[in-house]
Ligand binder design. Structure first.
Ligand code: PAF
Length: 287
């Protein structure tokens, strides 16, 4: 695996390799790679000839009181995992390389509307940081494909909207959330959990399943279901941020006649903010 730190070297390398090898797939990450990320790399390998994994803890997507400084940085471990998968290129730039004028003085990409709800409402500016860095990575790599995990459902929706609105020539591919045996969605932030919080954490997914079960059994009083689920989370020891039943395609509150739904949750276990989601399609009724 080639490890590249500068934009110029990545562009030169891809220009050369494209001529002989062909298409490029990008897997954007912030490192601390787990099985969910590795699944994205395998998917990338099925779609393209050259796979670039980017590893960049992007400061512009963290709020002032968030975990930028403590975000887990495990470079050697990440390199070992990517090498074991025969990844072609790891792009691991410095902050100065990506934001030579500083994050605050760099042009931002803002996707309106869907960034105002859910995580966008709780983390103002977060998605502007995400779309800005992802757009830069798309432009630098000129990848034909980019692969993202469905655990960050709103992030994928925002990126898809950016790609559509700005006519970016890239195909977005998503992979289902990878879970621990007890249902907890894999996340780099799971490492922050104490033993007790780790025992509590799978209840987030259990709550999503419970809401899904109620909906598929015919309950379409979504507002009440949301209230009950948040109460359940609080009683268990979480501090819920939101739990919403939305239209899957438009990320808007679901109406009682909607059939393609997604339940999205964010809740704190201690100081760790966990997110998860679960789709409900009432025309297929699968659990
Ligand atoms: O999902 C993430 O890890 C980040 O938000 C991303 C897409 C790599 C942008 O920094």
């Amino acid at each position: 695996m080639r490890i590249i730190q500068t934009i110029k070297e990545l562009q030169n390398t891809l220009n050369q390799q494209r001529q002989s090898a062909g298409s490029v797939a990008l897997v954007p990450t912030m490192g601390n790679l787990h099985q969910g990320h590795l699944q994205l790399v395998s998917t990338a390998q099925r779609h393209a000839d050259i796979v670039v994994v980017s590893l960049f803890v992007n400061p512009t997507q963290f709020g002032a009181n968030e975990d930028l400084d403590s975000y887990p940085r495990t470079m050697q471990d990440d390199i070992d995992k990517l090498e074991a998968l025969n990844t072609d290129i790891l792009f691991a730039p410095t902050i100065d390389e990506m934001y030579p004028l500083g994050g605050d003085h760099t042009s931002r990409v803002h996707v309106p509307g869907i960034t105002d709800v859910l995580c966008g409402a709780s983390r103002p500016g977060h998605f502007d940081g995400v779309t800005t860095i992802v757009n830069k990575l798309f432009n630098i790599s000129r990848a034909e494909f980019a692969i993202f995990g469905e655990k960050d459902f709103q992030q994928v929706a925002v990126i898809r909207r950016m790609v559509d609105d700005l006519n970016i020539p890239i195909t977005i591919i998503t992979e289902p959330t990878v879970r621990e045996a007890d249902g907890l969605a894999l996340s780099s932030r799971n490492g922050y959990l104490s033993k007790a919080q780790r025992q509590l954490a799978p209840q987030l997914y259990a709550t999503l399943l419970e809401v899904k079960l109620a909906i598929t059994a015919g309950d379409n009083n979504f507002e009440q279901l949301e209230i009950n689920a948040k109460e359940r989370l609080t009683a268990q020891g979480f501090k819920p941020d939101y739990l919403h039943i939305f239209q899957r395609d438009f990320l808007q509150p679901a109406k009682d006649t909607d059939t393609d739904l997604i339940i999205l949750v964010a809740a704190f276990a201690g100081t760790t903010r966990l997110i998860d989601n679960l789709s409900v399609n009432l025309t297929t009724h699968t659990l």
